[in-house]
Design a protein around this ligand. Structure first.
Ligand SMILES: Cc1ncc(COP(=O)(O)O)c(C=O)c1O
Length: 345
């Protein structure tokens, strides 16, 4: 797509992610097939969806000759970990602001998993005491950036507030093209695709990318950050913002937006029983590791959909998040590892 090719991008990895059939699982849940798009395997420091998104943010940063990247995430954010790794690769400094978004104070959550990796990757860590103040978090980063500028650095901020152009979503337009090429190669058309919906860049880019090339496969966005009442308007705005960024008419109709928030409870960053069940089923039936914050909730939505409507071809976008498991060790041990039930119960 010409409009996409004009936007600066830096390449952080160089191949397709696999689209893997899950035969055992499909038989078990009564689906005709389940394919997993392994974006958790895209190569950079345990991978994940944010690698595709960072190619565009860091593309812009390099065009602006930035030498220092600043961004915000939850304590166990995968975005900031992948950004720290990308910065190492590109010779940039990385300042990470961790915000208090999840009511968990245990040392595993605060120090292990992605936090440990941020430290290994040499990022400078800052803390922001709130979890639902995107404007405040951006403002705080601006202040850190101002002091870095005074020291002679050239900072680039990856903003949180949804009013900013969704550069990250462009990475998922590419993912949509990649996915459709893989479907064609397999001679296969799925009935439904499941993807997490947080900032909306993954979900937004994926739906936009499919529709802009005339592919009408339904996509269900699974709310992982906020309820559908708030996520819905954000997503409709996202589609428009992507179109504006590309200077194109918006190919996404309001009816293309399908969201469920049934699996969000009890809140962002904490898995409920259905998400823990999904983690157990994926691990024990397919050796597929899900994270408790994003992919487990999304997989739970796919499982429920398969149970309600059997004999369909389903696709699950595995967006990564594996390292955060080590920040949730105790919960996982209690809810999954020590569970005595069989994989599917
Ligand atoms: C593993 C994983 N999956 C999904 C998401 C949600 O993606 P998005 O913010 O693009 O909606 C995130 C966000 O941090 C993530 O880390």
């Amino acid at each position: 797509m010409d409009a996409l090719a004009k936007i600066p991008k830096v390449q952080l990895w160089d191949t397709f992610t696999p689209l893997e059939p899950q035969v055992h699982l499909a038989q078990h849940i009564g689906a005709k097939s389940v394919l997993v798009k392994r974006d958790d395997c895209n190569g950079l420091a345990f991978g994940g969806n944010k690698v595709r998104q960072l190619e565009y943010y860091l593309g812009e940063a390099l065009t602006q000759k930035a030498d220092t990247i600043l961004l915000t995430g939850a304590v166990q954010s995968n975005f900031v970990r992948t950004a720290a790794a990308a910065c190492c690769k590109l010779g940039l400094a990385c300042h990470i602001q961790l915000e208090d978004r999840v009511p968990k104070d245990d040392p595993e959550y605060k120090r292990s998993g992605n936090v440990l990796l941020n430290e290994m990757l040499g990022a400078t860590l800052h803390y922001f005491p709130e979890g639902e103040n995107e404007e405040g978090a951006d403002q705080n980063l601006k202040e850190i950036a101002a002091s870095l500028k005074a020291e002679g650095k050239t900072p680039y901020i990856v903003p949180m507030h949804p009013s900013h152009p969704p550069l990250g979503a462009l990475g998922y337009i590419e993912a949509a093209f990649e996915l459709v090429a893989q479907f064609k190669q397999l001679g296969f058309l799925p009935d439904e695709i499941f993807v997490p919906s947080g900032s909306g860049n993954t979900h937004g880019g994926l739906v936009y990318g499919l529709r802009v090339i005339g592919c009408a496969i339904p996509v269900t966005g699974v709310c992982v950050r906020r309820g559908a009442d708030q996520q819905g308007p954000r997503m409709l705005e996202r589609f428009k913002q992507i179109a504006e960024l590309l200077g194109q008419p918006n190919p996404v109709k309001d009816s293309d937006l399908v969201l469920t928030d049934e699996f969000l409870a009890p809140q962002y960053g904490i898995a409920g029983p259905l998400a823990h069940r999904a983690m157990r089923i994926a691990a024990r039936m397919e050796g597929l590791i899900l994270d408790p914050v994003y992919t487990a909730k999304t997989f739970a939505a796919m499982l429920q959909s398969a149970e309600q409507k059997p004999e369909r071809n389903l696709v699950f976008i595995h967006t990564g998040g594996g390292p955060s498991i080590f920040g949730y060790g105790e919960n996982i041990r209690d809810e999954i590892s020590n569970a005595t039930e069989t994989a599917d119960s």
